[in-house]
Design a protein around this ligand. Structure first.
Ligand code: PHE
Length: 356
């Protein structure tokens, strides 16, 4: 038994790893193990023999168990020490940006717009997409029989609860002008980005699209303020200093005078690039807020003047990021989004450069 004890303890001592140690354990204490055999032999002994051998054999089993436990702890400590020595952790590495999920280009452009206009002192305002007839048309100087309504054909709902107002999907963001003027005291400086709807559908029109409205109401506001604001906005948005604007006289019922704004482009390597003035592209509608609109909102047009503009956000995104089919924006094709989408951490800031 002394020999066996020596052999087993020696084998435990030299076991090089957890697997080798386990093999030694099975050899000694497994079903067919050498120590197990001794334990079994106790059953065949006379009581006197058992009294002598019992404590020795149990003692042997305990000694073997204790030695295995101690060896296992040693081996595990060695493995841990090894890992600590070989696996280093570089705390200065930048974090891994998770790649699941991207920001839609339209959302990105809306964030860029909010950032640019915040810098100019504009707040962001919102209004409902299901709008009533008065806010969408009448208060904007588009009475029931006005031909401009034909250009804004949309989707109508049953009348509102009072039964007085026709309800519709708003055809532009201009009703937010009305809501803001009714709710807030001037001076007012807001932009209102959001979804708009018209029954239109081809490569450059989708039934749902996005606009951003701009509105300034204050004392002594002129067309000069409008032009400077648009120029500053477009330069920041397209990140170019050579932006040239062309204001073309136009007509909107809610502005007087009205101007359609074109931005100049040039051809670089066969592609249209915003900047310069080799050609012109229409980007937005604008004008001085019509006195009748100011009056409809309960303000005195002799005291308060202002300008407004409305701009297609999808169009801005296409021009800035080089996309060519508007319909792809709303197809929900993930491959398109993965190609054009933005990282969730790519938050536009003016200091960092929008869309950087
Ligand atoms: N609401 C107009 C449109 O959708 C754009 C516009 C807004 C024009 C504000 C002038 C002033 O076409």
């Amino acid at each position: 038994m002394d020999q066996l004890r020596e052999d087993v303890l020696a084998a435990i001592d030299v076991a090089a790893g957890p697997d080798a140690l386990e093999a030694v354990r099975v050899h000694a204490l497994g079903k067919q193990g050498t120590v197990t055999a001794l334990l079994k032999s106790l059953g065949k002994m006379t009581p006197e023999e058992r009294q002598v051998q019992g404590p020795r054999i149990h003692g042997l089993r305990e000694a073997v168990n204790a030695a295995i436990g101690a060896r296992r702890e040693k081996l595990e400590a060695a493995i841990l020490a090894d890992k600590l020595a070989s696996e280093t952790l570089d705390m200065t590495l930048p974090v891994d940006v998770p790649t699941s999920g991207t920001v839609h280009p339209v959302s990105q452009v809306m964030d860029e717009l909010a950032e640019i206009f915040a810098d100019l002192g504009f707040a962001v305002a919102t209004g409902p997409e299901i709008e009533d007839d008065w806010h969408n048309f009448t208060a904007l100087n588009i009475p029931d029989t006005h031909p401009a309504r034909a250009m804004h054909d949309t989707f109508y709902f049953p009348p509102d609860d009072s039964g007085e107002q026709k309800m519709l999907l708003r055809t532009h963001t201009s009703p937010v002008q009305i809501r803001t003027m009714v709710d807030q005291k001037p001076p007012i400086r807001i932009i209102a980005p959001g979804r708009t709807y018209r029954s239109d559908s081809d490569a450059t029109h989708t039934p749902m699209f996005h606009q951003v409205e701009g509105l300034v109401i204050d004392k002594g506001i002129t067309l000069g303020h409008l032009k400077w604001t648009l120029e500053t906005f477009l330069k920041a948005f397209f990140e170019r200093d050579d932006i040239v604007l062309r204001l073309r006289p136009s007509y909107f019922p809610f502005t007087e005078p009205s101007a359609e704004v074109d931005v100049g482009f040039s051809i670089e390597k066969g592609k249209r690039v915003i900047g310069g003035s080799e050609g012109w592209m229409e980007v937005l509608g604008s004008g001085m807020v019509h006195p009748k609109v100011i009056e409809a909102c309960g303000l005195d047009p002799k005291e308060w003047q202002g300008f407004a503009f409305g701009c297609g956000i999808d169009r801005l995104a296409m021009l800035k990021y080089g996309m060519d089919d508007l319909r792809a924006f709303f197809d929900g094709d993930l491959r398109w989004l993965r190609h054009y989408g933005f990282s969730a951490l790519d938050v536009p800031t003016l200091s960092g450069g929008v869309g950087a």
